[in-house]
Design a protein around this ligand. Structure first.
Ligand code: IMP
Length: 421
């Protein structure tokens, strides 16, 4: 199976890091095809416990190349810190590469992310403050700085000479001091020295790999509900999170993507603002949040939690045509008297089974189906037939509602806590 895409089928934080780490054992190249340091991919394996933000979760396979792809935006200071952290833990980062066409998150993007989101007042997006929106805006505006510019002094100076005056004018409007061009150039010189040799031509790397039948893994960031085009706009990120983004940002022709794995958590979680119909407030939500330890990996924010939303996953399946679903954190639901699933929404008195436009989504009231829970501890179960019957029924119900087969069930963070079906 040469090319597999792994994407989130909910609001992000589904556990893509663990699934990517697992599947990366067989991969030759793992490509983060979109997003930036806003990700919080938790990976627990024989080497330890790691929170990855921009580095692909394939980094633990010493035989694979891990690539920050063209569709990503990369904060090189953040990347450097992440690399240092891995090296301290004994993880080699020699096979890490950066696409020459990937956009750089510049210091002014980090500042502007906070200032512009704060300026939205009550309509805040609750971004991760990692500069994602402003960096993608510059890319579309064609005033971005690309990793490859670090290898070409003149290109870099040209890019900065266009971008910086615009951003300084904006910073001034926010009452902030302007940034110094000289200081930025000095920073880019440091980056060139540290990261220059990691910068590659992704078109050649991926093209050669496909010619030679190599295994490529496309690692998505966030989930379908936060996709720039298909999510609950404007409460979305600024990149393509669905598998189609793997074609564009991953540089893999769409017809080569043979397997699309949608990752879903056994319940719903989300950080940031915007409609999440499943959200449980009060003690029920607090209890689920505690059980699942649902606090953001990147921001530490308590996540919004609720029962599994099959409307969202079915919608994600429409857009991604999953060949496989991977369910994570099933063990979090162990010991409950009952479990619930959202099968539809009631919107102004009408029953709806797909994700509507955001204004309608804000009115959505979940319609639940209740199923009996299971009392046994699933975290040590390694085969499908050993799962409690009610847990199997729950997974099968998700499968039926979503319309895609569940082939991986994860019952804990460690690699071995995985059931392949
Ligand atoms: P941004 O990607 O930082 O611009 O944030 C846009 C939206 O996506 C906000 O609602 C964030 O909370 C959410 N978001 C961004 N990255 C992640 C993530 O890794 N997990 C969950 N939510 C995220």
């Amino acid at each position: 199976m040469p090319v597999t895409a792994i994407v989130g089928a909910q609001w992000g934080d589904e556990g893509k890091g663990k699934i990517t780490d697992l599947l990366a054992e067989q991969a030759d190249i793992v490509i983060r095809f979109g997003g930036g340091g806003n990700a919080g991919h938790t990976v627990i394996n024989h080497l330890g416990e790691f929170a990855l933000h921009i580095i692909p979760s394939g980094i633990f396979n010493p035989r694979a190349v891990s690539l920050v792809g063209t569709g990503a935006v990369v904060d090189l200071d953040g990347l450097g810190e992440e690399m240092d952290g891995l090296v301290r833990e004994g993880v080699a980062v020699d096979n890490l590469r950066i696409s020459s066409r990937a956009q750089l998150v510049m210091p002014y993007h980090l500042l502007l992310d906070r200032l512009t989101d704060e300026a939205r007042g009550e309509l805040t997006l609750g971004t991760t403050r990692k500069g994602i929106g402003p960096a993608y805006a510059d890319k579309a505006e064609r005033i971005g700085v690309r990793a490859g510019d670090l290898l070409h002094g003149a290109a870099l100076r040209n890019a900065l000479s266009v971008a910086l005056p615009r951003h300084n004018a904006q910073l001034e409007r926010f009452g902030e001091p302007p940034m110094s061009g000289k200081e930025l150039e000095d920073r880019t010189l440091i980056w060139s020295e540290r990261f220059g040799e990691m910068i590659v031509d992704q078109a050649v790397l991926v093209g050669d790999a496909l010619d030679n039948g190599r295994e490529i893994l496309l690692e998505g960031q966030l989930g379908t509900m936060r996709d720039l085009d298909w999510g609950t706009y404007p409460y979305v990120t600024s990149s393509t999170t669905i598998a189609g983004g793997g074609g564009v940002g991953g540089g893999v022709p769409p017809r080569c993507i043979e397997r699309v794995v949608g990752v879903v958590k056994a319940y719903t979680s989300a950080v940031g603002t915007g409609p999440v119909p499943a959200e449980l407030t009060g003690t029920e939500g607090d209890a689920l949040r505690r059980r699942g330890n649902e606090f953001g990996t990147t921001t530490g924010r308590p996540r919004r939690v609720g029962w599994f939303d099959a409307v969202a996953t079915r919608y994600a399946h429409r857009l991604n045509r999953f060949t496989d679903l991977a369910i994570t954190k099933l063990d979090v639901l162990d010991g409950l008297g009952h479990v619930k699933l959202i099968t539809a929404y009631a919107i102004n008195g009408t029953e709806v089974t797909t994700i509507p436009d955001t204004a309608d989504m804000e009115q959505a009231i979940p319609i639940y189906e209740e199923m009996p829970g299971w009392q046994d501890d699933t975290s040590r179960v390694t085969s499908w037939s050993d799962l409690p019957a009610n847990a199997r029924r729950y997974v099968q119900r998700i499968e039926a509602l979503a319309g895609a087969p569940v082939t991986i069930v994860s019952v804990g963070p460690a690699r071995q806590q995985t059931i392949h079906r």
